[in-house]
Design a protein around this ligand. Structure first.
Ligand code: LLP
Length: 431
């Protein structure tokens, strides 16, 4: 999906910009976001909802995937609201120009400050547990607060254990047996405006049926909510979770298929139960920003263990992409300065961190990399920058957005001053 091509010099060109040139100009590691791909993903969600859902709908960008002013502003330009999960993400969305009314605040342990802030800016708070409801009740004394209830539906998907969230033994949300009490509490608490239900069952999922099942299961509660007199209870948020292709063998459904499956399930269930169509929300993260970004690195040292493998070291690693070491995630790569080089060697791409596990790609085929080559890894927009660290005191990379041959910085590279900004040296230790 990347708007990429190869130019006459055999260089990779993304968004009309020569990646080798970008690497030279902005330095490496560098996150390069293709504006067109990001916009296209947003458009696909919005249009599929318009096509397959006769009721109102709203797409929220799950900003945990990458919370950044420019990215939030871009997706908002495409008509999306924001799913935020901390005051930091909330603040980013607000400063990017997203109105509070289009922001939903999640979190399984929100602070009082986060809840108060969300209430002040008229964001919707997604209540995850009883403490949220109590804090909300206290915070809502003057102005009513919009509250959505997160449910653990007990529906499972096949993905990495760390990113499954819908199973009964999940730290998130109310289990179904509590939901009756929660709705009754909301019905008895007029300063909290219950607007609907939310569930998110996991991430990097290639399955469609479980997402449809979740929608159907949640809808069963809408009649009960109406019977309790919850007059504003008309939003159904099915979460995110659609997976993307990281390697050749991955075969995720399209955005359109995912949306269509869910819409059809909701429409059918509403007809069967004679319910009005709720406002349908979804909150994709990875499938929007993931495919829209590549990371450019510079190749440095190499080490060959004869008969075993060749390590190629790059100038980043687990600090800018913690997914391989955390989830065993796999990626694909290329040499941006030698796209037409047809030679092939099997190499292992290692980071520069002091850990043997700091390997971004194992046994991949590339033209034999040499010092100075510009190695790119594809599909790094989601949960890379947002999960980046300063491990080994490396500064976090810069990020640029490219489109129509232009590039603009959206994240400045951290320098040594940034790295030391929060350190304090007590007087008695100063020499
Ligand atoms: N909504 C909620 C409530 C979520 O918890 C998540 C992801 C999303 C939406 C967006 O899901 P997506 O469309 O991006 O799959 N760090 C992990 C992924 C963690 C996902 C957390 N929640 C990774 O790098 O794979």
């Amino acid at each position: 999906p990347l708007s990429a091509l190869i130019d006459g010099q055999g260089h990779l060109v993304v968004g009309g910009c020569d990646v080798v040139e970008l690497a030279r100009r902005f330095g490496t590691p560098l996150y390069i976001v293709d504006e067109l791909t990001l916009r296209e993903g947003c458009r696909q969600y919005v249009e599929a909802l318009e096509r397959y859902y006769p009721g109102p709908s709203q797409v929220l960008y799950a900003s945990k995937a990458w919370s950044n002013l420019a990215i939030c502003a871009l997706v908002h330009l495409c008509g999306l609201g924001i799913d935020a999960v901390s005051e930091g993400e909330l603040q980013t969305a607000l400063l990017a120009g997203v109105p509070g009314q289009q922001i939903y605040l999640h979190g399984n342990n929100k602070s009082e400050a986060e809840i108060r802030r969300a209430a002040t800016v008229r964001a919707t708070v997604v209540a995850d547990n009883w403490l949220d409801l109590q804090t909300l009740q206290a915070a809502a004394s003057d102005e009513p607060v919009r509250v959505m209830v997160r449910v653990t539906p007990g529906i499972d998907i096949h993905t990495h254990d760390y990113i499954r969230t819908g199973h009964v033994d999940s730290k998130f949300g109310f289990n179904l047996e509590d939901l009756g009490d929660v709705l009754a509490f909301l019905a008895a608490t007029p300063q909290l405006v219950a607007v609907g239900l939310h569930a998110h069952i996991g991430s990097q999922s290639f399955e469609l049926a479980p997402h449809a099942d979740v929608a159907k299961l949640l809808l069963e509660w809408f009649a009960k909510a109406a019977a309790l007199g919850l007059a504003d209870f008309n939003e159904l948020n099915v979460g995110g979770g659609l997976g993307i292709r990281y390697i050749e063998a991955d075969d995720p459904p399209s955005i359109e298929q995912w949306v269509q499956t869910i819409c059809e399930a909701v429409v059918q269930a509403c007809e069967a139960q004679r319910l009005p169509l709720p406002k349908l929300l979804c909150e994709p993260g990875r499938s929007l920003v993931g495919p829209a970004c590549i990371t450019a690195y510079t190749v440095g040292s190499t080490k060959t263990v004869p008969g075993v493998r060749t390590y190629i070291a790059i100038d980043g690693g687990m600090s800018d992409n913690p997914r391989p070491i955390t989830y065993g995630a796999r990626y694909s790569a290329a040499l941006a300065n030698r796209m037409n080089d047809e030679r092939s060697a099997t190499v292992t791409v290692a980071g520069k961190h002091c850990e043997s596990g700091d390997v971004l790609l194992r046994d991949v085929d590339l033209p034999p990399p040499e010092k100075g080559d510009c190695l790119v890894i594809f599909g790094t927009g989601a949960y890379n920058c947002s999960m980046a660290s300063n491990y080994n005191r490396l500064g976090r990379p810069a990020a640029v957005v490219v489109g129509g041959g232009d590039s603009s910085l959206i994240l400045r590279r951290e320098d040594l001053d940034d790295l030391l900004r929060c350190d304090c040296l007590p007087l008695r230790l100063r020499t």
